[in-house]
Design a binder for this molecule. Structure first.
Ligand code: G3P
Ligand code: CA
Length: 306
């Protein structure tokens, strides 16, 4: 539970300076979020196997502002960094992440698949790369990096939100302004907001054509079709989040436009678009005024924003 300490008590306890430093760090993070942010999607996952040390190290070298991490849980309750809910695509294992223990998951090869899938970018060093736990990533980087963490499939892991916030708080990463949390699940974000209202949150949305041909639909129903989105829709998100994270294109067709970005801004929301790998698309979105992009190629984006 978070306990608010009155300033007079903090002064008496000699805590005022640390509390002020924490407030400064959070304020600095929020200030810096007003600038453009390069979010390394699963690390520099265009260059190295996603969610492995090489992917994260390359993202840091390439000037990413945030490392993006997707979370699932092992059978024994460890927070695991992996995108899919199954092991088959990115490891030599199979089946659901949540049906394997931490020890079983750590024994898997999470790197060799990349060399087969991307021979032009293959590297022997990727062979045998291990899946990572959130604790391992935090132990290595601490507050030297910023983390953009997605609660994946939170309905499958009702305890994930609490475990995540506890981990971040125990490591001082909320106070140091080191974390943004994103999710497609409004319920997950609202739960996290209740657990710690200081954590900046971003509501992900996914627009695709409605089956009845009536325009676009949002996957989780958080907003209507962007053509019909109202200030009240954005304000409902702004109640708990600092930003919205939309897909930009579906099947080569734009699903949002510059007007969407402007309206989000007018309602106090940042716009972090995903997942943008093409430099022309990056430049178009920069021209629209988006506040950040998720990309597998942080080097391409840093070349445009420098
Ligand atoms: O987090 C933004 C983006 O990563 C959401 O899509 O499927 O790559 O996690 P996904
Ligand atoms: Ca993600």
């Amino acid at each position: 539970m978070k306990i608010a300490i009155p300033l007079a008590t903090a002064l008496a306890l000699g805590l005022a300076a640390p509390l002020a430093a924490q407030a400064d760090a959070l304020e600095q993070q929020l200030d810096e979020l007003q600038d453009f942010q390069i979010i390394a999607h699963r690390g520099a996952s265009g260059h190295a196997p996603e969610h492995t040390w090489p992917s994260y190290e390359k993202a840091r070298e390439m000037g990413a502002d945030y490392l993006e991490l997707d979370l699932h849980m092992s059978a024994d309750g460890e927070l695991m960094v992996i995108h899919d809910d199954t092991l088959d695509r990115t490891t030599d294992g199979e089946g659901k992440v949540k049906e394997h223990s931490l020890a079983e998951l750590k024994a898997l090869d999470a790197g060799s698949w990349f060399n087969k899938a991307h021979p032009e970018r293959a590297d022997e060093a990727y062979e045998g790369a291990r899946m990572l736990t959130l604790d391992e990533v935090i132990d290595r980087y601490g507050s030297d990096v910023r983390y953009y963490i997605e609660t994946k499939s939170p309905e499958r892991y009702p305890e994930l939100q609490r475990a995540l916030v506890d981990t971040l708080e125990a490591n001082g990463l909320v106070a140091s302004g080191s974390v943004v949390i994103q999710s497609f699940s409004q319920g997950s974000l609202q739960q996290i907001h209740q657990l710690n209202a200081d954590i900046p949150l971003v509501q992900l949305v996914w627009y695709s054509p409605a089956e009845d041909g009536s325009g676009l639909t949002e996957w989780t129903g958080v907003t209507p079709d962007p053509a019909e989105i109202s200030d009240a829709d954005f304000q409902a998100i702004a109640d708990y989040a600092v930003g919205i994270g939309p897909n930009v294109v579906y099947d080569s067709e734009d699903v949002i436009d510059a007007g969407f970005v402007e309206q989000a801004h007018d309602n106090g929301l940042l716009v972090h678009a995903y997942t943008i790998n093409d430099p022309e698309q990056m430049q178009r979105l920069l021209d629209w005024g988006v506040d950040g992009m998720f990309t597998n190629f942080p080097d391409r984006l840093s070349g445009l924003v420098e």
